[in-house]
Design a protein around this ligand. Structure first.
Ligand code: FES
Length: 114
């Protein structure tokens, strides 16, 4: 296997126009995967996977934070940092805006999500 074969392929996904996200966090679907588009206090966008970093439960938008019903981990709604448990964070992907469009960079291989 070559080095190129071992490297994770990262694809850039067009999430749509910035104006189409009137309210954040916003649910976003990419193929079979679910995410939230968020914005932190500094104004930067983040794409956060709904797959819980603890044990692969499904994180939901709950009250004033995100929460995983499986074991109750809660995450703040900017960068997805865990607020009631161990040092952890929701799987987060780089988001950029170009010409009014929102793009996220997501590794194809989920073992590279960290
Ligand atoms: S799987 Fe999400 S808190 Fe345990």
């Amino acid at each position: 296997m070559s080095t190129a074969d071992q490297a994770s392929t990262i694809r850039e996904v067009d999430l749509g126009t910035e104006a189409s996200f009137e309210k954040l966090p916003a649910p976003v679907s990419v193929d079979q995967d679910e995410f939230f588009l968020t914005q932190d206090k500094g104004g930067a966008y983040h794409l956060l996977s709904t797959i819980c970093p603890h044990s692969w439960g499904t994180v939901i938008n709950w009250d004033t934070c995100f929460m995983c019903p499986d074991h109750g981990w809660r995450f703040e709604r900017g960068e997805g940092i865990c607020i009631n448990g161990p040092r952890s964070q929701m799987y987060s992907f780089t988001v950029t805006v170009r010409d009014g469009n929102v793009y996220a960079r997501i590794p194809e291989d989920k073992s590279q999500w960290a």
